[in-house]
Ligand binder design. Structure first.
Ligand code: WTA
Length: 657
């Protein structure tokens, strides 16, 4: 991060962008921040009234009586699906395109706001007919599709809490989530299509349910995507097209409290099993809407494209809810950025005239590499003049990638919103406001108005600008995590630790503010969570998975920097049968990688697997991970190793490259 502190290129928002912007200039930004500082509840109350349709208005903005279990707009009644669909239709936008869907093979399907409402209502009625009611949980295990968004919105319409599981997770990961959340139904597809290949979904659901403890699941609803041959269990499984066939296109929404759980989304933490991050309805939706307006400066004429998957929080806030709630047209893409070639994103921007494009640094880096090997898919060969704004999310964007994105994709005319946020925060926390904030490559710049982000030391005291520390948020905000599903204790311990005084929200990232500008730069996770291609992976989770393999005696997993994926997973493994070498080591490494792929999902497969007779441990038996991090990087160990029980092991692990 050192070089970043010396980054001094500044990019100002173009003048004509500023003119029409929702936040036109720093003065407007500062004014909003000052309003929040002066009257925090008044600020949020005003915005909630202006931006959300309330069936019954709230009378209290924020309830802080039981910290850190904060409640926002609690006695207000609303519905997320109603706000996304009916409200736009009432404004006269029924015939407006809501979604332009491009399939893996390039086939384009469109849905207007009216189409979407009709489909959501039919699905919602079908779910109700199955006995699914407000407060029930429904697992959604689908790939990118209009049907996936319809499924989520249909749950929201009847007050059922959805929990989307990314289509790349294994049967075991899926089963754990089904059990933890206590799902009564699973919505899936026969198969998914990615990069020309059909991959299973329904078969994995069957496998997951067969793993046990899933008795509560009474219905599995299957969207026919590929028509692939899959078994259907009578009495439990039904086709989506059959269950909606005779349903009405109107469906009275379930009016829920603003605090009603809209969704639970599982994410990796620093210990063992994934955490079910629980989000609210009112506060969450409010921030999805405001960040669409502020960070993305969304206008009715925009064609917005977020390339995330609905299996991640970015897909929730910036595909399923935010863009629809503000009534814009959005692009939804089923496939992968490299199929049929690495010009796919640029081709789609040109074809659909996208005006706002939001993607991850890992995708940008891989496309830079592809374009340097094949000129024909370089963005300069595509007409990207429709673009007016770019966004980045998921991991720090390195200045080189920022510059390439700015110059070659944005034609040096589009601001870049480098948005720092998390599954737990519901929406953007720190990001340039595109019509206001001067941008510095590699810095996510300043907190959004109303977000009281700060940097503190290990005792929770503010540190001066220029000194690094721990990123915290000092005041609750509407879209924050409400609790961890089934584990309120873990919620308090993970996010409001006593060491920091118990009232600061701990993001889990390190950060530093620039001495002169006060700009934030995120320096990476401070816990045992890795960020691989923008996906969060808990090292403990991978370790326990490795140790569960019959061959493995002990394992330690650390991250190392990787040019393409940001971080790469590196596993140090001790086998029960002794240290393998040569071809045998290669064979077992492959076996272990596949094991992790099968147990957790392909995204968790370690890139490096190294074998030792032992792991470096202190005399008290604690694994010295900091030494493993050094070895993983391929660097010399220069740190103090005097507490190490078995120093000779370091040489062995170094050699096992
Ligand atoms: C990292 C994704 C730097 C960070 C929305 C955070 C970032 C974790 C950025 C959350 C960014 C996300 N700059 N780091 N712009 N955006 N991160 O929950 O470490 O999948 O804690 O949410 O990603 O990942 P999550």
């Amino acid at each position: 991060m050192e070089p970043l502190m010396h980054e001094n290129r500044v990019f100002h928002p173009p003048e004509d962008f500023v003119k029409g912007a929702a936040i036109p200039g720093m003065e407007a930004y500062n004014k909003l921040c000052a309003e929040a500082e002066k009257d925090y509840e008044g600020f949020w109350g005003r915005l909630a009234k202006e931006n959300i349709y309330w069936k019954k208005p709230f009378t209290k903005v924020l309830d802080e009586s039981k910290p850190p279990f904060y409640k926002w707009f609690e006695d207000g009644l609303t519905n997320a699906s109603y706000n996304c669909l009916d409200v736009n239709i009432q404004k006269g936008n029924g015939a407006k395109k809501a979604i332009i869907f491009e399939a893996d093979d390039g086939t384009v399907t469109e849905a207007t706001y009216q189409d979407l409402l009709d489909r959501v209502c039919k699905m919602a009625n079908a779910l109700r007919k199955m006995g699914i009611k407000s407060g029930d949980r429904v697992i959604i295990y689908m790939s990118m599709s209009i049907e996936g968004i319809v499924a989520m919105q249909a749950c929201a319409r009847i007050g059922a809490t959805h929990s989307v599981v990314f289509g790349g997770f294994s049967a075991k990961s899926l089963q754990e989530r089904i059990v933890d959340v206590g799902a009564v139904a699973v919505i899936t597809a026969d198969e998914q299509l990615r990069g020309g290949k059909a991959l299973p979904l329904k078969v994995i659901v069957d496998e997951a349910l067969a793993l046990g403890e899933c008795e509560k699941v009474k219905n599995v609803i299957v969207y026919k995507r590929t028509g692939g041959n899959i078994p259907m269990t009578a009495g439990r499984d039904s086709w989506m097209h059959d269950v909606v066939a005779n349903e009405s296109t109107s469906c009275e929404p379930e009016w829920v409290s603003a605090e009603h759980p809209l969704f639970v989304l599982y994410t990796s933490g620093s210990t063992g099993k994934p955490k079910g991050v629980q989000h609210s309805t009112g506060g969450y939706l409010l921030w999805a809407i405001l960040t669409m307006k502020w960070t993305f400066d969304i206008k009715p004429s925009d064609i917005f494209w977020c390339t995330a998957d609905i299996g991640w929080v970015t897909g929730h806030s910036y595909i399923t809810y935010g863009p629809l709630a503000v009534g814009c047209t959005e692009i939804v893409f089923e496939g992968v950025p490299t199929y049929p070639n690495a010009g796919r994103f640029w081709d789609m921007i040109a074809k659909h005239q996208a005006t706002i494009f939001y993607t991850a640094p890992t995708a940008i880096r891989s496309l830079i590499k592809a374009a340097s090997g094949d000129e024909s898919i370089h963005p300069k060969n595509y007409d990207l003049s429709s673009l007016r704004l770019l966004g980045s999310v998921g991991e720090p964007i390195n200045p080189e990638a920022w510059m390439w994105y700015y110059e070659h994709v944005g034609g040096s005319r589009c601001p870049i919103a480098d948005t720092f946020w998390q599954t737990e925060t519901g929406g953007h926390m720190i990001s340039p406001m595109p019509g206001a904030t001067p941008m510095i490559p590699g810095s996510c710049t300043l907190p959004l108005p109303g977000i009281m982000a700060a940097i503190v030391d290990e005792a929770g005291h503010d540190v001066p600008n220029g000194s690094g520390g721990i990123l915290v948020v000092k005041r609750p905000w509407p879209s924050m995590i409400r609790t961890i599903w089934n584990d309120a204790d873990r919620f308090v311990k993970s996010y409001f630790p006593e060491e920091l005084g118990g009232t600061l929200y701990l993001a889990g990232d390190g950060a530093i503010r620039n001495k002169d500008t006060g700009y934030f730069t995120i320096t990476g996770r401070i816990d045992d969570v890795l960020n691989v291609s923008g996906h969060r992976m808990g090292t403990m989770e991978i370790e326990s998975c490795l140790v569960a393999n019959p061959l493995v005696a002990e394992a330690a997993v650390v991250g190392r920097p990787d040019d393409m994926t940001g971080e790469a997973i590196c596993a140090f493994v001790v086998l029960k049968g002794g240290r393998p070498t040569g071809d045998e080591a290669k064979k077992i490494a492959t076996e272990l990688r596949n094991w992790v792929g099968k147990e957790i999902g392909p995204i968790a497969k370690p890139k490096d697997v190294r074998f030792g007779d032992n792991l470096p441990k202190t005399r008290s038996g604690k694994i010295m991970r900091r030494l493993l991090r050094v070895i993983a990087k391929g660097e010399e160990v220069t740190q103090d190793t005097s507490t190490l029980e078995n120093p000779a092991i370091l040489d062995q692990l170094k050699q096992s490259l």
